[in-house]
Write a protein that binds this ligand. Structure first.
Ligand SMILES: NC(=O)C1=CN([C@@H]2O[C@H](COP(=O)(O)OP(=O)(O)OC[C@H]3O[C@@H](n4cnc5c(N)ncnc54)[C@H](O)[C@@H]3O)[C@@H](O)[C@H]2O)[C@@H](O)CC1
Ligand SMILES: Nc1ncnc2c1ncn2[C@@H]1O[C@H](COP(=O)(O)OP(=O)(O)O)[C@@H](O)[C@H]1O
Ligand SMILES: [K+]
Length: 499
């Protein structure tokens, strides 16, 4: 599996283990890295005549000196602009010594149209905002509108968080990174600063990565396809799971129906909309294959759970914020049993704004129903205000802390959705599209999650699969998408997944 994401710290550990295990020394790994970047520059810009290589004082700069040497070897006119000099005796110092081009101070850097810039100032070791001369280099590249190829990461972007460390960072057309992606390549705004991302193999094998033991992955079928529920030939509808969706009051029934339709399309055998008496007629007018049951209070909800044995419930979309929702959620968590899952979305999250601990305690109790939370940024801040406020944490770390605290799988939504499990595993989703920023698309996502849970998929995998399928459906449908389109738009995605 090569979908692991390494934090900069894990990458440094992989580097250490690889050098200790051989066959490559540090300088050889650096040469492999520089060669991968130079090859990509030549492949994409074969007609480039002039290249500027910006080299920092650390190993990122070391990679840059290798790139400069290799490009010069094949006849490109290369200028090297340095900020600081590598420490004597370091691999980077050796790479600089082997580079035949005399480095000039970065303040003199002056690119022109048609040139290529290789940004090898800072990578994993970026520890403070860029210097004024590095910032000036960024402005010159922007003005000259020339392509920047970033070595490992665009300088200025944190590999850990994807945020700029200061006010400025390079914007690359192409980023060539090594071994595996880092969180900063996938979390925003880092992902946008990287341009196209290429992961080069520099000779650090899968066994080294396994020894480092990363617990974060790029979301995609490789991560969860083996756990995807395939309908068996002798199945029947209740074996394919049963999802119950709680409907809101007269003015907000649509959200529950969106979740219900999505659950049905995502392969669950039966779906029931649980509707207060005053919305039965409205829901009935819009439902055909989806069942409808009157549920006005907690007792009616309990009766549904014990009579009809749903395997997953969706609570929150359009339901209304307040005590009735809190009570219902806690009853489900405390009494439905560990084989049942609760997807708490939208109003389901906001309702616990003033009492998050009651939710977390109920979800963490022995025998509790499984919990999946699907907050967007605003909802995340309501449930986990201290985590949300902590500017030192990446979105990945925030989602992880939230999952550990809540005892639930957390889908922290947005353009760079992060899925985190209480056991420490996490995934970053990168196939999202702004077309999903449309009312009701989150309701559809909770229906898909519930459908996969109800079919027996483990919670982390179900959440990851749902997020990926939801985004994939939206991308394939294209412009004009509204939430009502999404359930049907799942079909081509499912056709490929189910083969
Ligand atoms: N880990 C690995 O397996 C490999 C790493 N390689 C390269 O090594 C890089 C990491 O190297 P380093 O750890 O030396 O880190 P960097 O080269 O990113 O930067 C480290 C140096 O820059 C200084 N510094 C950090 N931010 C600064 C700023 N804003 N202004 C001025 N100085 C600043 C630090 O004090 C340190 O001296 C990776 O990004 C990659 O390009 C490659 O050589 C291939 C192998
Ligand atoms: N710019 C974007 N790029 C990618 N995905 C997005 C973007 N904006 C929103 N989304 C996704 O769309 C969905 C919106 O959910 P939510 O905010 O709960 O909306 P609603 O409450 O209207 O259903 C989430 O899955 C979110 O990740
Ligand atoms: K860089």
């Amino acid at each position: 599996m090569s979908n692991e994401i390494l934090t900069p710290h894990e990458m440094a550990e992989a580097d250490r283990l690889a050098i200790a295990a051989g066959p490559f020394s540090g300088i050889q790994l650096m040469c492999n890295a520089g060669a991968a970047v130079a090859a990509e520059v030549l492949r994409r810009w074969p007609a480039a005549i002039r290249a500027h290589v910006l080299c920092g004082p650390g190993n990122n700069g070391g990679d840059g000196y290798v790139v400069a040497r290799l490009l010069a070897d094949v006849g490109v006119r290369v200028t090297v602009w340095a900020e600081g000099r590598p420490k004597a005796g370091s691999d980077a110092a050796q790479a600089a010594a082997e580079c035949p081009i005399e480095a000039q101070p970065i303040s003199g850097f002056h690119p022109e149209g048609g040139d290529i810039v290789v940004d090898a100032l800072y990578g994993a070791g970026l520890s403070k905002p860029l210097s004024p001369s590095a910032v000036a280099a960024i402005v010159k590249c922007r003005k000259a509108k020339i392509p920047v190829v970033a070595v490992d990461l665009p300088s200025g972007i944190s590999g850990e968080t994807g945020h700029p460390v200061g006010d400025e960072a390079f914007r690359a057309a192409l980023t060539v990174t090594f071994v595996r992606k880092k969180p900063g390549h996938l979390l925003l705004p880092g992902r946008e600063a990287c341009g196209e991302i290429l992961v080069a193999d520099i000779g650090i094998g899968a066994e080294i990565i396994a020894a480092v033991g990363p617990k974060c992955f790029e979301n995609g079928p490789v991560l969860w396809q083996s756990r995807y529920p395939m309908p068996a030939a002798d199945t029947h509808k209740y074996r394919r799971g049963h999802v119950g969706v709680f409907s809101g009051g007269p003015s907000s029934t649509g959200a529950a129906r969106l979740a219900a339709f999505a659950a049905a399309r995502a392969g669950v055998g039966a779906v029931t909309v649980l509707s207060p008496g005053n919305t039965l007629a409205t829901n009935a007018a819009h439902l055909t294959s989806i069942m409808l049951r009157r549920v006005d209070d907690i007792d009616a909800a309990r009766a549904f759970i014990s009579d009809r044995k749903p395997s997953a419930l969706v609570l929150g979309p359009g339901f209304g914020v307040g005590e009735p929702l809190r009570e219902l959620a806690l009853v489900v968590l405390e009494t439905a049993g560990a084989e049942v899952s609760l997807v708490l979305d939208a109003d389901g999250i906001t309702s616990f704004h003033d009492a998050p601990a009651s939710l977390f305690i109920a979800a963490g109790a022995k025998g509790a129903a499984g919990l999946v939370l699907t907050p967007h940024e605003g909802e995340f801040g309501r449930l986990f205000p201290d985590i949300a406020r902590d500017a030192a944490l990446s979105k990945l770390e925030k989602a992880r802390k939230a999952a550990a605290r809540s005892h639930g799988v957390v889908i922290y939504k947005g353009p760079d959705t992060v899925i985190a499990s209480p056991d420490g595993r996490a995934a970053i989703n990168a196939n999202g599209t702004p077309l999903l920023a449309t009312a009701g698309s989150g309701d559809v996502l909770s229906g898909i999650v519930a459908a996969l849970l109800a079919q027996g998929m483990p919670a982390f995998e179900a959440a990851c699969a749902a997020v990926w399928m939801h985004a994939e459906a939206a991308r394939r449908f294209g412009p004009g998408l509204i939430a009502e389109d999404l359930p049907l738009a799942l079909c081509p995605v499912l056709r490929e997944l189910l083969g």
